[in-house]
Design a protein around this ligand. Structure first.
Ligand SMILES: Nc1ncnc2c1ncn2[C@@H]1O[C@H](COP(=O)(O)OP(=O)(O)OP(=O)(O)O)[C@@H](O)[C@H]1O
Ligand SMILES: [Mg+2]
Length: 263
């Protein structure tokens, strides 16, 4: 049975950064492979007209655990949009791969029901600049509240101890957005993409270091319901603080009026 992706029990993971080649599809396929191995069957929604994740699914052998693919980039005349984008009822994790160069409307639409948003960033000056614009758009255009704890960054293709790597870490730290994993520049990712598999499905001794970092991403994603709860509590506290300040201001104004009257 199929449903539209608005279910309350669905972790809708959106991977975005309008900068081309930063690792969105790589992240999407590796996360999907992990959830496929664990079960139940996850779904990938591919919004990129290049269809990279859809092509990866086509290369994937039937011997590996199933991943439900939705080619959202295809325009169909035969079905309504919501029919085209439906996901299986049992899906717990939906991974949305987004295209490079998103306009503001697309950004708002893609992130509207997101429960987790991952921004992969490469450690070069140009990429850091593009990432800062992307994060600013997420906060100001898509109105993602940092306190909702939906947003995290993955540093990708890093070579430790380079100047650009430290610059990237400093920049992300200054934004107060968590950097949940640091993926190294490794041919393992390239081979996995070619073979239609995730790193977690490759020979463990070869990919241990990379899988350790991917597991950190999965841990963060798995905590989506508690992140949402904590975000809700923080929001309630901020609302209560606003009410308290307004009440205190009213009291002060009353006191000033009484004081004026007494004079
Ligand atoms: N950590 C990594 N180490 C080595 N190669 C990587 C790594 N991450 C991604 N790549 C490679 O970099 C290239 C771009 O990655 P990918 O296609 O995932 O980026 P993208 O953000 O989806 O690009 P686009 O914006 O074009 O959709 C691919 O060839 C991929 O195999
Ligand atoms: Mg891509």
């Amino acid at each position: 049975m199929l449903i539209t992706p608005r279910s309350d029990k669905l972790n809708r993971i959106v991977i975005l950064n309008p900068k081309g080649g930063c690792g969105k599809s790589t992240l999407a396929t590796n996360i999907a492979a992990h959830y496929a191995q664990r079960g139940p069957t996850p779904a990938i929604m591919d919004y990129d007209p290049q269809g990279s994740t859809t092509a990866w699914l086509d290369r994937r052998s039937a011997a590996y655990p199933e991943i439900h693919g939705i080619a959202a980039f295809k325009k169909t005349m035969q079905a309504t949009r919501s029919w085209q984008l439906r996901v299986p009822t049992e899906t717990k994790n939906l991974i949305v791969d987004s295209p490079a160069s998103l306009n503001h409307d697309n950004l708002r639409e893609l992130t509207r029901d997101a429960t987790s948003i991952l921004v992969p960033v490469l450690p070069s000056s140009m990429d850091i600049h593009a990432a800062s614009r992307c994060i600013a758009d997420l906060l100001l255009v898509a109105k993602i509240d940092r306190n909702d704890r939906k947003l995290a960054v993955v540093a990708n293709r890093t070579r430790k101890r380079t100047r650009s790597f430290s610059k990237l870490m400093r920049f992300l730290d200054s934004l107060g957005i968590p950097i949940i994993a640091v993926l190294r520049d490794s041919q393992n990712f390239v081979h996995a993409a070619e073979q239609g598999v995730g790193l977690c499905e490759m020979q463990p001794s070869r990919v241990r270091q990379d899988v350790e970092q991917l597991d950190r991403i999965i841990d963060w994603l798995d905590a989506w319901e508690s992140r949402r709860r904590l975000g809700g509590i923080a929001k309630d506290r901020r609302e209560q603080a606003k009410v308290d300040v307004a009440a205190a201001n009213d009291d002060n104004r009353g006191f000033v009026r009484r004081f004026d009257f007494a004079r």
